[in-house]
Design a protein around this ligand. Sequence first.
Ligand code: DGJ
Length: 807
Amino acid sequence: MITVKNGLYTITSGRTSYVMHIREGKYVENLHYGRRITPMHRANTDGLLDARDIMTDTDTEAALAEKYTNPYGNSVAAAGDNWCVTLDDMCLEMSNAATGDYRSLPLMLEGPDGCISTRFYIEDSLLYEGLYADSDKTGMPYAHISPDGGDKPWTLELIYRDHHTDGDDKGLELRVIYTAFEDCDVITKRMVLINDTGVTYTVRDISSMMLDLQGRDYSVMTFDGLWTRERHAHIKKLESGIYETGSTNGTSSNFHNPFVMLLKDGTTEKYGDCYGFNLIYSGNHRERMEVSEYGKTRVLTGINPFGFAYPLKPGERFYTPEAMLTYSPDGFNGVSHNCHRFITDHIIPPYFRGRKRPILINNWEATYFDFNRRKLIDLAGTAASLGIELFVLDDGWFGDRSDDSKALGDWYVNEKKLGGTLDSLVKEIKSKGLLFGIWVEPEMISQKSRLYETHPDWAVSVPGKEIYTGRNQMILDYTRKDVRDHIVDVICKLLGSADISYVKWDMNRPITDAYSKGGSLPGAFYHDYVLGLYDVMKRITGAYPHVLFEGCSAGGNRFDMGILSYMPQIWTSDDTDPSERMYIQGGTSYGYPQSVMGAHVSASPNHQTLRETSLETRFNVAAMGVLGYELDLTRLSLVDRKIISGQVEFYKKNRELLQNGSFTRVYNSDNNTIWQVTDDKKEHAVALLYKRYAEPNQSYDILYASDLIEDAVYRVRVRSIKVKVKTFGNLINQISPVYIKEDGVMQALIGKAYAMDGETEEYTVNGATLMYAGIRLAGRFIGTGLNEGTRVMGDYSSRLYSIDKIG
Ligand code: DGJ
């Protein structure tokens, strides 16, 4: 709910309040953003009056507003009668260049005379039920109304005008727009600059949102990395001055995700004040936090000003991407829950909300480029026999694409390699009971391609300058409409040529030279590229609304809410090593739900790290996302086949919970991690317990749970696993009647046909016990013997536990 009343603008959601008022007749001051302070209606049963009857808005304002009693020493006084006020020490909602607020600014605008001073003062406001009225005109995705109705969002537009003192000569209009999504305690903010003057301005820097908070006792949590190690969580203490993170590689990047959190000192996973910020945007972004000497903290998020100089001609508007803000008093998990709900209810395409995602087999790590029809059909046949539901044909099916040096842009089927038309292959795979999916990389062009021969000017490069490639490829100039039309046409034709249910949309190199030979100006290139991308994605996904698209950018180089607005899941990382995935999926889970994270079981040793891990752990970790397999299933041993069909069966049985349950990081020590997914009613949950390294002579682990009903009774059962004979090395000879040589033929033969059963454990406990005391699980193997109860937990080991309410 948003109210505009008695000089107060109040945005209230279930657990938060955002309060503003006007100061000196022109500035909008933030009085509070955090835990809900807006009085709730109270039934008058206890003789106490409803707070709303005895406390007025004026009282609230008087309490919250800063008093500015004394003049400052060496500071610039704000315009107005009260020279005790300085903008440098005010929690502002909008701030102007060259007015004495020397902190980082949300807007840097250059007039035709080169002057950067602005005087945007509040003039008016608009309040209405629903989303921002111009959402569709922005060219960017935006948060939508929840498909199940839910609470209707409200929107507040604060309207500012750049004031000139010389009479009629008016400046630009600026709107700061707030939309409240009460159901998930999220507010979105954005700015719109409207040039209704007669001259062209250049926008040098414009944030989507600025938030000034009281206090300086904050840390920031960021999610950083590189290819194959995306979004590892890092916490840094904010000190006086500026901390900045972001991306300049043309995408939201694997370097620094646009999702960041601001934590009050002392905040943990479960307790404490925590803010989350994100952008519905897939290009260069910047998140800046500034702690001022006056003891306030400013947060700015939005487009990165790197290489940005956007011309705004008379009659034009500049829309910033929509930014998300959320607050929770319940620590990091509280913010994560808000973000997860926001993404599932308001970001991913409504058709896919809660819709079950098929378990897939992707041929990439099974074959790389080296495949033919026989291999594909064999892989599909084995996958079908194991219960897998979707076959994905990855890179290498088109043009002359036998390696990564060529053919991007030539989106015609290599029928020689596929042994016939795509349609015939799809039919054959579908006859095995599988759906079919295909890989594309539509933003790219190889220099060795037919497309490049015909349209060299469609590749992004600067004339006269050496070309820089990444993975031997160049970027297609999506700032040009002719390029976009061509891509929409060829990809739509491809998708119409066979029964395709899924598309993996890859993007394997970042942008370097932001230069178009026929499209945007250099200062507009990065942003226009993203607008172009959204245009293409919107047209293609709009033409095939029921096809499941999975975003990918060399794994997780573009994991953001912009992509998720068109594609309900993203390939989280090319790194499928479960040990590394615990960091990657764990880091990603702070801002994104598990239903958007592609997670595959791959071969061991792992292709990215060469680490060896058990098939059980590879599954247990992948099960905490959208499950797939990405290994050569045709070469599986009997034992591995059995293990995988058991995994697939377990995942299908628990799919609703695993994909759409509420995800919580329950416990984290140096060595043990527990994650849990829980259904809405708190009747069913699955918990993952992951152990990084085996610990000698410390024999048991504790299973803690979260989000349960204290008084309800639950049955807790471990998912049964198989333990490979090989795990025991030559210790196996302690029980074997014949000598088994380690790594010998006999061990290999036994290992292929036989594995030992893991422990069985089952408990009946109430929710309170699970949450506050934890179950002390059976002792681990510590070298003193093995019996039915022993839990064999080596390095990178794990278990899944089903928690079901029985009373
Ligand atoms: C990068 C992706 O992340 C991989 O999964 C695979 O699709 C390759 N590209 C194919 O070139």
